[in-house]
Design a protein around this ligand. Sequence first.
Ligand code: NAP
Ligand code: HSE
Length: 428
Amino acid sequence: MSQPLRLGIAGLGTVGAGVVQILRKQAALLETRTGRPIVISAISARSRTKDRGVNLTSYAWEDDPIALAQRDDVDVFVELMGGEDGPAKAATEAALELGKDVVTANKAMLAMHGQALAVTAEARNCVIKYEAAVAGGIPVVKALGEGLAGNEVTRVMGVMNGSCNYILTRMEDAGLPYADVFAEADGLGYLEADPQLDVGGIDAAHKLAILSSLAFGTQVNFAGIELEGIERVSIEDITAAADMGYKIKLLGVAQMTGRGLEQRMQPCLVPETSPLGQLQGGTNMILLEGDAVGQIVLRGAGAGAGPTASAVLSDICDIARGYRGSVFGQPANTLTAATPALSQRPAAYYLRMSLKDKPGALAKVAAVLGEAGVSIDRMRQYGHIDDCAPVLIVTHKTTRADIDHALAAFDNTSVVAGDPVALRIEEV
Ligand code: NAP
Ligand code: HSE
């Protein structure tokens, strides 16, 4: 019989317990598929006594995840604790130092330290596999790193945080303001312990940074992402965008341009009839575009015990089968430092403003846009409420700089009340 692959699993929370459950339930199937038994040697978490809904009595216990990674009976260290630094990184480094492969779901650690960890791993002929770190159950890391290996990838785009998509679609369906739906999502346990990771776009940006590296052969560069969360998306904008035929999504986009690597995670409008526009609730969707393949759409559960454990198991099976490969799709020492593009590609914009009921008000707005070089594609004005009328404008393609110029100039017109809103409309 082939040698068993022996795992040490650190972290027995949502994902870790899910992984143990699949390993126990599917032991025979996994052995048939990989040609060798996959066994758990030892486990670690903070609490040894917590009920995790799965029988753990047959596994050795370590209080310290570093000691777990260093055990002689552990071939593969499975890091499912989370956190960009701390024990997750220390134990991962300890495993690599001893020449052990690592499987992790930890996008924060990879987004911040991916390059250094990849260099360490490859210097020791180790692999780090992380299918679960991006979009949970969707096999997007494999799709990009392996399935599209023959393509020049032209764009990666998608909804990569289920909690934000839940909040935005729930706001629209129930007509509720952001604060109410945020509180509801928090109460239902849909948000990370630090909700800012979700609604601030940080979790999704971690994932985008990893995909960018795989797609464009660049070193992971989280700091190079233009980042804006969903906290300022109002129910007024969701309703108005819908009226103009759009949905608002927290959209990640990565594209190599002549000006450098453009990486953005920000609320954008997409056509309501597009696959992204149709995406409801906590589901994720990633669009991959390659010069040979065209566009691929991947859709599925981005979180939860089953989907995320499913992705972890795919990595464990790869290692059991002897599928190795570079951490980011090519040797780490060939990944180039990404120069961030300092400006976004031109796009159409959605503008919403409140216009005072004065003669010539609309003409002044049109004049400001014209002077800024912004051309109007469509416009809609609604009835006045308290002497102000909501006005929606969809522009032709323009630059963010021209839009910002126009927004600043509206201040001097004395016809625009409050702060106008400008959101990018992404071509999908
Ligand atoms: P979780 O439910 O909070 O579980 C974390 C586990 O790590 C717990 O078992 C905890 O022990 C253990 N742990 C924390 N600090 C530790 C330490 N210092 N020493 C030993 N054990 C420690 O987290 P999760 O949702 O399973 O997420 C795990 C990883 O998967 C994270 O990187 C996360 O970003 C990623 N991920 C999660 C999902 C998801 O749907 N949840 C999806 C994709 C990726 P105790 O249980 O004893 O407290
Ligand atoms: N908080 C994340 C989400 C979990 O909502 O998508 C998976 O990373």
